[in-house]
Design a protein around this ligand. Structure first.
Ligand SMILES: [Zn+2]
Ligand SMILES: [Zn+2]
Length: 577
């Protein structure tokens, strides 16, 4: 029995808005592909995430709309959950930071850190908007950058020159919500003493050889510059009440509580599965457990430094991340995704332009910004569907299945007679299949997908040269054995592509004639041919080409409609109604 449990966690989306394609590829979609791949290998997987619902941006957004932040975030959570379902993200538990288990867990966790002497309090002067009656953290205060003169630089960072800023440094500071001049008010905050944990975290990062280059480099450079204490409380009303003595009215800073959601979501999952929250905790404290995170690169420090620091600081023996897959940035037609500049496509909109989720999943993994930034363009997306998915993959699969249907009465053949060339082709494909397996395992998802397409290329070339339809006329045994090899390649393709396009490949599995689900057969079954004597199901093309003009027409309509949608109270209410 395999006692390893894999906890797959994708970054928790902040639900003041629905995710865009760049958010999706970095977190939920990449994590889903990996989770599905592991399940295909027969691994025990718990795939968790949830909506990050607390904090200032949601509080401000809700106030603008005249609704309660709780009500606002519940609606947004339902919308985002529904969208993830439509994208076939196979979460075992997608929850929210408002879940009771999470709130209790976070409070107990921080109290523990406090009791262990890792949290201290300090008084500070922070900007406060007298009109909105709130303290203005991070991006809620804007002003002129003291380094480059850019306006509006944010209270934590200048977007133009990248300098890290303190609100005090901003020239002519303003409230980002109403434009008022802020006052400076004294307020007390609780700080995590990261200095005390720095050496342990450094040891963890240095000794973890599985962390990819981008995660390791960024984490080490931050750690070597030295960690400063960071405030774990905020003056927000909307959040998890800080549990420290004297901290009444303060809440825990969203960043520090959302990362603990991976644990509370596992606890909640275990409880929902008829076990207990303690069983969820046990998994997190079992040294055999492998925790893997999928995030965008802007989230690296919170997963590679802050979360490990919290886990080590608790002294509870939690496992630290086994590895962290952090994508670089996805651009949209050469520009940064930006809601305020209306650049990009959001995951609700995408499905209105191309309805087939598998097409989207294939496109996005095919261009996954794995080691460097990548660009989404409609021309390339259409080309990927038409020439790779349809012409190369779909065509090969369809050729094999229709030949078996027409020439072998739809019964899968026995491989009894092969010539050297046939054996070579099969062995070459098996070698590629093994490479795909290794690439997936190493979370090189884009490379795995590109490699998987090679199986279809090998198959097409093989059939063009070998012409099994001619061979069948003179040597039925050899001809049907060749179709058997072709079908074995189709099987390898089905398994290789299942993590990326699960719906289509489950359909293909049925077409081949299997009764049981592809997951039950598992990855290893791909090293064996399809057994003889199965009856093919209904054979139909899996993919069709998409029409460039039609896409353009839909995109134009979407952009026109967007102005109206985005001015509505809840732009996505039609999603859940
Ligand atoms: Zn600047
Ligand atoms: Zn204001």
């Amino acid at each position: 029995m395999n006692s390893i449990v894999w906890i797959i966690g994708s970054a928790w989306p902040y639900v003041n808005y629905v995710p865009h394609l760049g958010n999706l590829i970095g977190s939920a979609l990449s994590a889903d592909v990996y989770a599905r791949y592991l399940r295909l290998r027969g691994e025990k997987v718990i795939f968790v995430s949830g909506s990050d619902v607390h904090g200032t941006p949601i509080e401000v957004e809700a106030r603008k709309l005249g609704v309660d932040p709780q009500e606002y975030s519940e609606i947004m959570h339902r919308i985002v959950s529904e969208l993830f379902k439509r994208w076939n993200i196979s979460y075992d538990n997608y929850t929210s930071t408002e879940s009771k288990i999470h709130v209790r867990f976070v409070q107990e966790f921080f109290l523990k850190l406090y009791e262990r002497g890792l949290i201290f309090e300090k008084e500070d002067e922070l900007p406060y908007c007298p009109k909105d009656k709130i303290f203005l953290p991070d991006r809620f205060i804007v002003g002129t950058c003291p380094y480059c003169g850019y306006w509006p630089a944010r209270g934590d960072q200048c977007e133009k020159c990248g300098s890290l800023l303190e609100p005090r440094q901003l020239i002519d500071p303003r409230c980002a919500i109403c434009g008022s001049v802020p006052e400076w008010r004294k307020t007390k905050h609780w700080y995590l003493d990261l200095k005390k944990l720095e050496q342990d975290v450094l040891k963890y990062v240095e000794s973890n050889d599985r962390l990819p280059e981008n995660v390791k480099t960024m984490s080490l450079s931050i750690l070597k510059a030295g960690l400063k204490p960071r405030a774990v409380t905020r003056d927000n009303r909307w959040g998890i009440p800080a549990p420290f003595p004297g901290a009444e009215g303060k809440t825990i800073y969203v960043w520090f509580e959302a990362v603990l959601g991976y644990i509370s979501a596992t606890m909640e999952y275990m409880e929902k599965s008829g076990k207990s929250v303690e069983d969820g905790l046990k998994i997190w404290k079992d040294p055999n457990t492998r925790v893997v995170f999928f995030i965008g690169k802007d989230n690296i420090p919170f997963h590679s430094i802050i979360l490990p620091a919290l886990l080590i600081g608790s002294g509870e023996g939690y496992v630290l991340p086994y590895t962290i897959s952090a994508t670089e940035y996805l651009m949209y037609e050469g520009q940064k995704f930006s809601k305020s500049n209306r650049v990009g496509i959001w995951i609700d909109e995408a499905l209105k332009i191309i309805e087939n989720v598998d097409y989207w999943r294939f496109i996005l993994i095919y261009i996954r910004p794995e080691t460097k930034d990548s660009n989404f363009s409609w021309d390339q997306a259409i080309d990927i569907v038409n020439s790779i998915l349809n012409d190369t993959i779909g065509n090969f699969i369809h050729r094999v299945l229709t030949l078996i249907k027409r020439r072998l009465e739809g019964i899968t053949p026995k491989i009894t007679k092969l010539e050297k060339h046939d054996e070579d082709v099969r062995d070459e494909a098996l070698k590629v299949f093994r490479e795909v397996e290794n690439l997936y395992y190493q979370i090189r998802l884009r490379e795995a997908l590109h490699k998987a397409v090679d199986i279809a290329r090998i198959g097409n070339k093989y059939f063009n040269e070998r012409r099994p339809w001619d061979v069948l006329k003179n040597d039925r045994e050899l001809g049907s054995s060749i179709l058997g090899v072709g079908l074995h390649l189709v099987k390898m393709l089905a398994l290789s592509l299942y993590p990326v396009i699960p719906e289509s490949m489950s359909r293909l599995w049925k077409m081949i004639g299997y009764d049981k689900d592809i997951i039950e057969h598992g990855w290893a079954s791909g090293y064996e041919p399809v057994p003889e004597g199965l009856k093919l199901g209904d054979v139909a093309p899996l993919f069709t080409k998409i029409d460039k003009e039609e896409i353009k027409r839909r995109l134009d309509a979407l952009m026109k409609d967007r102005a109206v949608r985005w001015s509505r109270k809840f732009p996505w209410e039609q999603v859940i109604l």
